[in-house]
Design a protein around this ligand. Sequence first.
Ligand code: MZP
Length: 500
Amino acid sequence: MAKIINEPAHTFNEYLLIPNYSDENNIPSKVSLVTPITKFKKGQEPKIKMNIPMVSAIMQSVSGDKLAIALAKEGGISFIFGAQSIENEARMVKNVKSYKAGFVPSDSNVKPTSTLKDVVALKEKTNHSTIAVTSDGTNKGKLLGIITSRDYRPSKMDLNAKVSSFMTPLNKLVVGKDGISLNKANDLIWDHKINQLPIIGKNGELKYFVFRKDYDEHKKYPNELLDDKKRYVVGAGINTRDYAERVPALVKAGVDILCIDSSEGFTEWQKKTIKWIKKNYPNIPVGAGNVVNAEGFRFLVEAGADFVKVGIGGGSICITRETKGIGRGQATAVIEVCKERDKYFKKTGIYVPVCSDGGIVLDHHITLALAMGADFVMLGRYFARFDESPSNKVNINGTFYKEYWGEGSARARNWQRYDLGGESTLKFEEGVDSYVPYAGALHDNVVMSLEKVKSTMCNCGALTIKELQENATLTLVSSTSIVEGGAHDVIQKDKTSSFK
Ligand code: MZP
């Protein structure tokens, strides 16, 4: 007879945290959200830590290079979606690794033989007030000068005038050499009272501009997550079919960490994939999943996984539980797996971080997942709503939305995520295509969500995620007490409040 668990599996919404004593030290500005993402031995440091406990989902409508840069600026990691060609995924990883905060490749460029008319047209198109003059008119050509709005006055000048006659030539410019630090570049900008500093390579070729106006912008990101070469940290999703070709390309592009993207991780395919990576790229950490019980966790850890992802069927776009009848309430799954993780740590002295993936609806669900033992959370719907996600922003009846589709939807064409051997096709859908309300810039939202997490941690007397995991008290709540938890028995004046 089948094994039957009679205890119901619970979701985050069925739990609340009970405050602990907080002393005057428990203030949000003292909370650290630093968290491990790769396994480590007791007393040692993990290879990669994040500054915030958030990673973005391995999804076409979530994790492109733009979102990866925005999230690394906040201190988290994106896993670039794997359901695309190997070349495209590697290019996205490369874009993140070659992005230098504060160093901007020039978007507006002309040749010395271009005319004032060309400059005016370009300015109208790009709205950039700094234009580079290079030997070949590209942003990689030899720098010959720059044009700013101070160099020309269209109403008083001949529109056929050649750029070389009115640009500020190189010998009158202050320039920085490639490799200069952002601090040094900003010092030059301040010392010489200029608005932009061109950075040139060994042969005088243009590399970037550093702009005065970006100086404060950079200070907005005290938590940015950098590797030892000061490049943003980025992850990438892989599948259990083409890893022997995909992984080398991603490693070559500079990827920091991989994660096998699959709806079900307790499989021989995952074991084979992890073993292959460990044999061929022992220095590249790889996460695996998804599992929802202790046995699944143990299996992936013994196969060599560096972190384990938990969650089946709880994603906002996911219909796996309806179509296949597999899955588990996310809270119960996280609690059981984290208990096993702690047991494994006690026995072996190896700590394997756990990621709670999917089903985060309210910001406080992040805090609950952490209190239940997760080291970080993976979010899809949450990030899909922002400017930086790769999907379309659409206006429906006057309200803006972003498109968000599951990797198991027909639209994603990601059969590899659901692969059980056999034919290379998706036989039925496990995800839906949807809209989510547009929510603006990633930065503003992440800052606000984490303020709430820190505030709750203070109420629980915790200044670190570890303290929260060790000392939090959680309680199951009744369905009527969930109703009591929202505004009730009043007629709300404004139901659009952004309390979530
Ligand atoms: P959520 O943050 O939108 O609730 O959930 C995101 C997670 O749902 C992803 O990280 C992934 O594990 C899972 N997912 C992605 N696509 C599907 C699907 O089409 C899915 N079924 O379940």
